[in-house]
Design a protein around this ligand. Structure first.
Ligand SMILES: [Fe+2]
Length: 217
């Protein structure tokens, strides 16, 4: 099964498919230009699957434009099926699906490295692949590839909406700082500069990834 067939099997929303393809494409362009050994196949597999359970956290009333052509009732049904099968935690659902697909432990480890709250751990880690996967996710906005700074600004707005803790601002700034350091750590080893990674440059990789067939290895 290629990744598109997997997305169809799990009824992944087209906007979410495109997000995961874009993140994997950012990984591909970095690993093609890095002078350190990295396990590209595991990183790409992890990124293609890293948000598989995300329908569980979507508020389907917020973005009707993402629901066409099937419509809200259809996606609500898919969401209810996910809830029944995998529970309400989107991260746990993603990991369960990755196991169902038979990926190896390294891929699971890399899926678990993605996400804003893991910035400090990945900064401190010696594992360059973990830094690349978290960074790639932080370069992709719903509208496409953007700078880390732009993505952080957008994330900041969303973070403020979600959290109510007093220390949220300090925590956000701390994680954002680690992500900027991760960017430096990656590009020390890379022929590219962060600004060389654009929506236009990743297009060709997205097309290649649509037939990527390494989810089971
Ligand atoms: Fe993501």
């Amino acid at each position: 099964m290629n990744i598109i067939q997997i997305y169809q099997k799990y009824q992944i929303m087209p906007s979410l498919q495109l997000h995961m393809l874009r993140v994997a494409a950012v990984v591909k362009i970095i690993s093609d230009n890095i002078n350190q050994p990295t396990d590209t196949s595991s990183m790409i597999t992890a990124c293609l699957l890293h948000d598989m359970g995300n329908i569980l956290k979507f508020d389907l009333q917020l973005f009707p434009e993402f629901l066409a052509p099937q419509g809200q009732a259809y996606w609500q049904m898919v969401k209810d099926e996910f809830l029944q099968k995998y529970g309400s935690d989107e991260h746990q659902a993603t990991i369960t699906i990755a196991h169902e697909l038979g990926v190896n432990q390294r891929v699971i480890e890399l899926i678990e490295a993605v996400g804003f709250t893991h910035a400090k751990d990945n900064f401190l880690s010696e594992d360059l692949a973990k830094k690349i996967v978290i960074y790639a996710d932080m370069r992709v906005h719903p509208k496409g590839v953007v700078s880390l700074e732009a993505r952080l600004q957008d994330g900041h707005r969303r973070f403020q909406l979600q959290k109510s803790k007093e220390e949220r601002e300090d925590y956000f700034q701390e994680m954002a700082g680690y992500l900027k350091k991760i960017e430096q750590q990656i590009f020390e080893h890379c022929r590219l500069k962060p600004e060389d990674i654009t929506d236009k440059k990743i297009l060709v990789f997205i097309d290649e990834l649509r037939s990527f067939n390494k989810a089971r290895d």
